[in-house]
Ligand binder design. Sequence first.
Ligand SMILES: C[S@@+](CC[C@H](N)C(=O)[O-])C[C@H]1O[C@@H](n2cnc3c(N)ncnc32)[C@H](O)[C@@H]1O
Length: 383
Amino acid sequence: MSQFTEYKDLIQEGDIALIWISRGNIKAVTIDSKETFNTRYGSFQHSDMIGKPYGSQIAIRTRGTGRFAFIHVLQPTPELWTLSLPHRTQIVYTPDSSYIMQRMNCSPHTRVIEAGTGSGSFSHAFARTVQQLYTYEFHPVRYEQAKEEFKKHGILDENVIITHRDVCEDGFTIKPTDTTSAQFSEEEITSGMKQLNATAVFLDLPAPWDAIHHLDKVIATDEQVHVCCFSPCIEQVDKTIESLENNGWTQIEMVEIQGRQYESRRQMVRSMEDAMQRCRDIKRRKKEGIEKKQSLIEREENNNTTSTNTEHTQREPFTEKAKFNPFGKGIRVKEGDPGYKWKQVTKIESEIKSHTSYLTFAIKLVDKTRNETLVQECLNETK
Ligand SMILES: C[S@@+](CC[C@H](N)C(=O)[O-])C[C@H]1O[C@@H](n2cnc3c(N)ncnc32)[C@H](O)[C@@H]1O
């Protein structure tokens, strides 16, 4: 069973868990009761996590300050993996991968070809949804790293086959003599290749147009097949479309995803009187600052070093920190505090994790003959 494709309730010894430290800092760990997870706030014992439900918050007292520091231990999912994986290449982020999968009608019946594997970000998302994933990578180190990662995550044994291949040069056929994680049945050994019958193809390559003509040998002939090419430049899109047209792909469409995360927040309503008060405050503090500087200079000139502390305590506080100032420094007011006036606003997340490339979609149906018996059966059912 892969933790990336099936859910479990409790954290157990040997599990892969994703530790959420902060929004941009998620780390994958293998739970081992003898280990600790170290952060700059302190150390978290794995043994404190074991037996707790996934999603639990684990808290410790921080070194020195004695305050609380906490982490959340999360169940691995393809989405969280995309946010925490070691980058070996550019990756496909969830706003793109989720859209691509629904456009290609991915379901537990889909057999997908993916090239190249890269950092395996999209591979994990495919692995959770589809029947079978055939993924190809021509970089030898990346191929090995991805293979090991898939094995560790339990998806290699389940529904992922990775092959070391330059798909532009050598196409997609998988033979027993290839460098691949595939296992071959007697029948496949006899026929000399795997029957892929792919129903969806995802190409994230610099030159997808060089791979498209190889697809006919490995796609299903009796079902509609979807293809999506992921390319950052419009010139690449142009060449891809030409190749798709020349190879009989139809319904070609190009899409660009612009993912945005909208956050609903409350913003304090500030009055003209608040603004005026702020100006008065700045003016007064500026004046006091000048006076303070002047008195320090005078003190230094008189070499009067003894009076500093007493004089300081007698002075008016330099700024009125304790009082709330809606335009500047002061006490912190919690968003929505009923003592103040608020309005509802929308904020867009400033950093968006979505690349995004152009997505070129097309479909192909090789065998267009009608299965008359099936059509008749359907018609009879609707009568
Ligand atoms: C941008 S990365 C893919 C990232 C991947 N989609 C992900 O989400 O992690 C492109 C990968 O394609 C591989 N590649 C490029 N040309 C290739 C080819 N002709 N055959 C196989 N792999 C290729 C590169 O080595 C690289 O690892």
